[in-house]
Design a protein around this ligand. Structure first.
Ligand code: C2O
Ligand code: CU
Ligand code: CU
Length: 492
């Protein structure tokens, strides 16, 4: 079916079915696009200085080891004026503490589950052994403590994150506040001279009582809508810098479904890194950068030389479905404010950063088709699938062999865009195809999540280096929970 026909079918279906799938969140069955919140409720505490994130303390005495503990537990925070919101947090923090480690480190993190349901901690994007990956096959029961342990091989320096990945409750647990950055540093970082800021973007949707509003049927079709975006747990924070100064920003999209098409008034971005770390060479200047759910970017930004000026970092309008139900309106994220100081001299970005190795020619090919069942969009939970099958953790959907390079063609036959994530390794985009045209990837980059827009095909190249069963799924968390996930078995 072509895009046009999809659209026709969808609109025909929408008229009769839309009123039935309201549920909350929006009014009269229409999704909210991040407008003022909550209806008749208190205002967000906003405009405070950007929080610099707490770092998870390393208790290991010996160099090369990182040992720490996390507690996932209910906690109350004041997000709205005069109210507290009940959240689930790591170590009581929104977002959770940053794991900040070095390539080559041996990591050992004990996680205590004080939540009322099973959880896991998934180390998103990191090449950890399958049994340390925090997959839904390996739940941590309420009251239990689980130790995760893995090595960070050389070459893994980059911006990752950790979050729960429990069976069918990932969206719920992340929406309650459980997510945090995981940064791996290289000994020879070519950008080590730049001051650095980590910005973790999450979404939160509060009801009139100031509590996180539960998922709705609509969420399960187009992803959680009507959220307010938070940066480092704050609403519209202010990031103050000396005029003219150059910084490295690590931006993480930890929202459930919000594509962040970032732009910064009066400024351009230089893209230096993606999910799995630095590019071979900087790309830019760019007026905008798209960060799909679960993706990360590293940007170099040189602030305006004008003292005392303010600029807005925003997520531009972005549509992810063909009916406008998943259209995100432009939303402000953060204010960049220059101080009254005299301008600093901007710092240059080196013209080469680090090699991004070619994986070499593929020895095998796979095709994954993103499908939707029946009328799809309006059918509620379970409508988006991979190869027509809902997730079943006891079934193996694909088999690969350790060390073999494969090309995966991911064909999106649905009416929505889907950010597809593969566990266990970083991969590279080879090309994108649409309507018979194929465009090669503009530059080599390590990614673990690829956006596959509706009606297009993305071809990725990857190699899995560790045996075991891995998840392959859409990172719109409601889609994942509703079954848009498959199992890849990597055999020795
Ligand atoms: Cu970020 Cu399977 O997860
Ligand atoms: Cu992952
Ligand atoms: Cu999806």
């Amino acid at each position: 079916m072509k895009r046009r026909e999809f659209l026709g079918a969808a609109v025909a279906g929408a008229g009769s079915l839309l009123p039935g799938c309201g549920g909350g969140g929006g009014s009269a069955g229409m999704p909210m696009m991040g407008g003022p919140l909550p209806p008749g409720g208190a205002a967000f505490v906003q405009g405070l200085p950007l929080k610099s994130l707490a770092t998870l303390a390393n208790a290991a005495p010996e160099a090369g080891w990182f040992s720490a503990s996390l507690i996932a537990a209910p906690a109350d925070l004041s997000l709205l004026e005069g109210r507290t919101t009940a959240l689930w947090l790591y170590n009581g923090l929104l977002p959770g503490p940053v794991v900040d480690v070095r390539e080559g480190d041996h990591v050992r993190i004990a996680v205590e589950n004080r939540l009322p349901l099973d959880t896991t901690v998934h180390w998103h994007g990191l090449p950890v052994p399958a049994d340390q990956d925090g997959s839904p096959m390996d739940p941590v029961r309420p009251g239990a403590t689980r130790v995760y342990e893995f090595d960070l091989p050389p070459g893994t320096a980059g911006t990752y994150w950790y979050h729960p990945h429990a069976h069918q409750t990932t969206a719920l647990q992340v929406s309650m506040g459980l997510a945090a950055p995981f940064i791996v540093r290289a000994g020879d970082d070519p950008l080590a001279n730049l001051p650095e800021v980590t910005m973790l973007v999450t979404g939160i949707r509060l009801d009139a009582g100031g509590q996180v509003s539960p998922g709705t049927a609509m969420d399960f079709t187009v992803g959680r809508q009507g959220e307010q975006l938070l940066v480092n747990g704050g609403r519209l924070p202010v990031h103050s810098v000396r005029p003219g100064s150059t910084q490295r920003w690590r931006i993480l999209n930890a929202t459930s479904a919000r594509y962040l098409r970032l732009s910064l008034d009066g400024h351009a971005f230089t893209l230096v890194g993606t999910d799995g770390g630095l590019l071979a060479a900087p790309v830019g200047p760019l007026s905008e950068v798209l960060v799909a759910p679960a993706q990360r970017v590293e940007l170099v930004v040189t602030a305006s030389a004008t003292p005392g000026a303010r600029f807005t970092l925003r997520a531009q309008r972005h549509a992810i479905d063909m009916m406008g139900m998943g259209t995100y309106a432009t939303e402000d994220l953060l204010t960049l404010a220059t101080t009254a100081e005299s301008p600093a001299a901007p710092l240059a970005v080196p013209s080469s950063l680090r090699p991004v190795a070619s994986l070499g020619p593929p020895v095998a090919r796979k095709r994954l088709t993103l499908t939707q069942s029946g009328m799809g969009m309006m059918a509620g939970a379970g409508s988006f699938l991979i190869d027509g099958r809902p997730f079943d953790m006891s079934r193996v959907d694909y088999v690969s062999t350790v060390g073999e390079v494969e090309d995966w063609e991911i064909v999106n036959q649905t009416m929505m865009d889907h950010p597809i994530h593969v566990h266990g390794t970083q991969f590279q985009l080879v090309s994108r195809g649409s309507g018979g045209f194929v465009t090669a990837a503009p530059h080599a980059a390590w990614i673990d999540t690829v956006d596959v827009p509706s009606g297009t095909t993305a071809t990725i190249r990857m190699r899995q280096d560790m045996p075991g069963r891995r998840m392959v799924h859409c990172h719109i968390l409601e889609h994942e929970d509703a079954g848009m996930m498959a199992v890849l078995e990597v055999r020795p």
